[in-house]
Design a protein around this ligand. Structure first.
Ligand code: ATP
Length: 396
């Protein structure tokens, strides 16, 4: 299989006065599975359509496999696309649907006519080769028993496999998918997530797909590109963008329940958050900030930890999910600050009363600090040394 590099440089798109994409730069390595992730209307489908050649950019260039294809029509780009609704030909069998791209590219209009088959040995040979490829592709996708059926006789997952089969049979340079799983039910979506990712690895075709589902992005992609308002906020591995978000919007978009966000302030070398103080890297300027804490990075207990800053929390609600529990609470010191903590379900095994007071300790090194404009503030946060803690706690 061919694996090609994709390079997007300075792409902007305007529809009249509406600027939908603003100077997008993106480099995709050959053979990677890349996800464009972002809220509705952020411009992901428009970017995919520009890559596919369905929409011209207002500015910028697209290159696929080292060729500048910006002005090429879709047909000349050697790409294949799977649409949200699969777009199968309803009157044609599964076999003919999968074969369609090869039939169109390898047989002229005349040689496609039924009568021609009987008189042209070369057309017969091509037909035989195409059939072999269809069977090979169908067995790869485990739909080889369905070749004679029409799309109306298939389940959602089977239709999707046919759509994928039709896309990969030509061995395109680039494979594009627009919300490929959104029309499947939840169980099938989980199954197809794994199957598509495994198939993509086996074939090695550079693939870009669009979704607004963070689980899909995090479980399938090698590289996740988070978009918002027509710009790329961050591009990186799923782990990178989850653990090291470059922007508060990225941090909020990933993770369920969403990251806790509290107001904070850096002054005199300390980060102060709702009454707790932490040390920050030396030389950090005084600043108002937002502090993000993932629900799994809040430790909670029934007794006050002796050697780490903690809040007193009032439990509002507990959701026991079996293997873990979500504890929703407010901070006593700042009743407006609401938090959610993800804890092992043993913690809530003893009946916990909604009004019980507990202690909530954020892991200092995991605190994510953002500037007021949402961009990440690149400072390290640490626990205050033990000797300072009693002083800081007394000063609260
Ligand atoms: N042909 C068009 N003419 C005018 N505006 C358009 C056109 N196509 C898209 N838009 C606008 O561009 C913006 C981005 O649309 P796009 O479809 O790329 O978003 P998206 O992130 O894919 O959203 P969704 O997840 O809802 O599909 C939207 O505000 C949309 O209304």
């Amino acid at each position: 299989m061919k694996a090609s590099r994709v390079r997007i440089q300075g792409i902007s798109k305007r529809f009249g006065d509406l600027e939908v994409l603003r100077r997008i730069d993106l480099d995709i390595e050959p053979g990677k599975l890349v996800c464009l992730l972002g809220p509705s209307g952020c411009g992901k489908s428009t970017l995919l359509r520009i890559l596919a050649g369905f929409e011209p950019p207002t500015e910028g260039t697209v290159s696929i496999g080292g060729r500048d294809v910006t002005t090429f029509p879709s047909k000349k780009r050697d790409i294949a696309m799977v649409f949200q609704n699969f777009a199968l030909y309803p009157h044609m069998s599964v076999e003919s649907n999968i074969a369609a791209p090869l039939v169109m590219s390898r047989l002229s209009f005349l040689r496609r006519q039924p009568l021609f088959r009987f008189f042209s040995p070369s057309a017969q040979k091509i037909r035989r080769e195409i059939r072999e490829r269809v069977v090979e592709t169908a067995s790869l996708l485990q739909i080889d028993k369905l070749l004679k059926r029409k799309p109306a006789q298939l389940s959602g997952g089977q239709k999707q496999r046919v759509a994928i089969g039709r896309a990969i049979i030509r061995e395109p340079l680039l494979f594009l998918m627009d919300e490929p799983l959104s029309s499947l039910d939840a169980g099938l979506r989980t199954q197809m997530r794994g199957e598509i990712a495994a198939l993509q690895k086996r074939l090695g075709i550079t693939t870009i797909f669009v979704t607004h589902d963070q689980t899909e992005a995090m479980t399938m992609a090698d590289q996740v590109v988070v978009m918002s308002g027509g710009v790329i906020l961050q591009s990186g591995s799923p782990r990178e963008i989850f653990e090291d978000p470059a922007h508060l919007s990225v941090a909020k978009f990933l993770g369920s329940p969403s990251i806790n966000v509290l107001d904070g302030e850096i002054s005199d070398g300390l980060l102060r958050v709702e009454g707790l103080s932490f040390r920050v890297s030396s030389g950090a300027a005084d600043l108002l900030v937002k502090v993000g804490i993932r629900p799994e990075e809040l430790l909670i207990g029934r007794t006050q930890p002796p050697d780490a800053p903690s809040w007193r929390g009032k439990i509002q609600r507990v959701e026991n999910l079996g293997h873990e529990a979500l504890v929703y609470l407010t901070i006593e010191e700042a009743s407006a600050a609401r938090l959610v903590a993800r804890v092992a379900s043993d913690f809530v095994a003893d009946p916990i009363q909604p009004s019980d007071t507990i202690f909530v300790m954020p892991r200092a090194s995991k605190l994510k600090v953002f500037k007021e404009d949402g961009r990440r503030h690149d400072i390290a946060v640490k626990q205050p040394p033990r000797s300072q803690q009693s002083v800081l706690q007394a000063a609260r």
